[in-house]
Write a protein that binds this ligand. Structure first.
Ligand code: VGL
Ligand code: ZN
Length: 193
């Protein structure tokens, strides 16, 4: 069991955006299945008055990661488009702090910390433990967890609220193994007291 701590725990929702869900341009298998689970975590953090931060992939229309530019991905999460919006089923409270990343045409950024003021915001809030879920396990979640550990946060991976792209079979397991090596604690909803 984990007791949420009143002033040092934050929820980080990584890149839960229409383009990463079934029907989107870079659909992650079962990506939609994490939404009701995340809504439960959101309720718990809201009830405890704890901060919620949501990262979003927020690309310019000719981002270097797109296949048209020689990158690995189809166009996705172009700023201001429907595909870049959070799905309406995701119940983010209006106080949610939104972190836009990978906004520069010539620079990829998988981590929510990369090129953003996420660390500064969390420090200002006095946060020490981060509860991280979202998409995709093997890209933006992994890289966000890695940077969170480098910045000295204790990290809890919401194991029931992440899904992987798995471009290569085994990518998800590799990502989970790395996060375990980084001393991330894996939890599910039922672990929250
Ligand atoms: C992501 C691929 C490309 C992610 C972002 O959010 O995991 N994956 N851009
Ligand atoms: Zn992207």
């Amino acid at each position: 069991m984990i007791e949420l701590q009143p002033s040092t725990d934050a929820l980080i929702v990584v890149d839960v955006q229409n383009d990463f869900l079934p029907g989107g341009t870079l659909a992650i298998p079962e990506g939609d299945q994490i939404i009701p689970v995340l809504n439960h975590y959101i309720d718990r953090f809201t009830a405890e008055g704890l901060p919620i931060l949501a990262t979003r992939d927020w690309h310019p229309s000719h981002h270097c990661s797109f296949q048209s530019r020689g990158g690995p991905w189809p166009p996705h999460c172009i700023a201001e488009t429907h595909g870049a919006q959070f799905p309406s089923e995701l119940c983010l409270p209006s106080e949610t702090r939104i972190i836009s990343k990978a906004t520069e045409p010539e620079r990829e950024a998988y981590s929510g910390f990369d090129g953003t003021d996420l660390d500064r915001q969390l420090q200002r809030l006095g946060m020490k433990r981060l509860f991280i879920g979202g998409l995709a396990t093997d890209y933006c979640v992994l890289n966000t967890v890695r940077d969170a550990r480098s910045c000295g946060y204790q990290v809890f991976l919401l194991r029931d609220a992440v899904r992987a792209v798995n471009i290569n079979p085994g990518d998800e397991q590799k990502a989970l193994d790395e996060m375990q090596r980084l001393e991330t604690r894996f939890i599910t909803l039922q672990d929250l007291a």
